[in-house]
Design a protein around this ligand. Structure first.
Ligand code: SIN
Ligand code: MN
Length: 255
């Protein structure tokens, strides 16, 4: 496994740390195993230890750059506060696939474009299914993209997926975007999710990792078209969202 480039843990917009959880050494290796990794599958970066008792762990799994604990508790709460008015003006809806199957996840979007799916198929469009424009993407979310995406343009869609009890997302590729050279950046908030990573073609061996609240994943480069999905969530594992469940934000350059 190639080692990851050394990177800087930024102070802004928030403290990027999860104190006491991943420290380096055997204790952290155990935490790392508990998070669902085998040592051969991921890279544990001691370079990112910022001081004696806090660290962000960056893991590389099949080209997915997984930043465990990127957002601390305060930053997660702040982000949920920023999402509240968005969910009010662009309510979650439950999309159906072109074949008429209802997805278990509910979703909405922020940004100039939003992702929708109905009997006409998957696409990005400028308005919510109820007709209004999507709300703007909050600056705090764009800042995360600017920090992790290594891209000189901003995303034009922030897809907001809400996973309630018993929901999942089947293995899929993100391929409705015009240019796959831009990454997709995922931000997890709320309950833990078992995130499955496959291959660039359907089928074959897969690996799964638990994503926790505050984790950020960059899906880019050769892994941009890798199949991925969510097997299940651990409903009630986090207290971030008042009614439980999980929000996953994916930032995308659609056009
Ligand atoms: C997605 O693939 O669109 C969502 C991934 C996730 O919920 O972690
Ligand atoms: Mn996806």
């Amino acid at each position: 496994m190639a080692s990851l480039p050394r990177s800087v843990v930024r102070e802004w917009p928030y403290t990027i740390a999860r104190p006491g959880v991943y420290k380096g050494g055997t204790k952290s290796l155990q935490a790392f195993r508990n998070a669902g990794f085998r040592e051969s599958e991921a890279f544990f970066s001691k370079d990112l230890v910022r001081n004696g008792d806090s660290a962000m762990t960056r893991l590389l799994l099949r080209g997915f750059d997984i930043r465990k604990g990127y957002l601390d508790a305060e930053a997660q709460t702040a982000l949920v506060d920023r999402l509240r008015p968005i969910l009010k003006s662009a309510p979650l809806f439950r999309p159906t696939t072109a074949s008429g199957k209802q997805m278990s996840v509910r979703m909405t979007s922020a940004g100039p474009l939003g992702w929708v799916s109905d009997s006409a198929g998957y696409r990005y469009q400028a308005s919510h299914p109820k007709g209004m424009a999507w709300p703007a993407i909050p600056d705090e979310i764009l800042s995360i993209w600017q920090d992790v995406a290594d891209a000189d343009r901003l995303p034009d869609c922030c897809l907001i997926n809400y996973y309630g009890e018993g929901t999942k997302m089947g293995m899929h590729q993100d391929k409705d975007e015009a240019d796959f050279s831009w990454p997709v950046v995922s931000i997890s908030l709320g309950d833990d999710a078992l995130f499955r990573i496959g291959n660039t073609t359907r089928g074959g061996k897969t690996e799964a990792v638990w994503l926790n609240s505050g984790d950020v994943v960059v899906m880019g480069g050769p892994a941009r078209l890798t199949y991925h999905g969510v097997d299940r969530i651990r409903f009630g594992s986090s207290r971030l969202l008042p009614k439980g469940g999980r929000i996953n934000l994916t930032l995308r350059v659609a056009t």
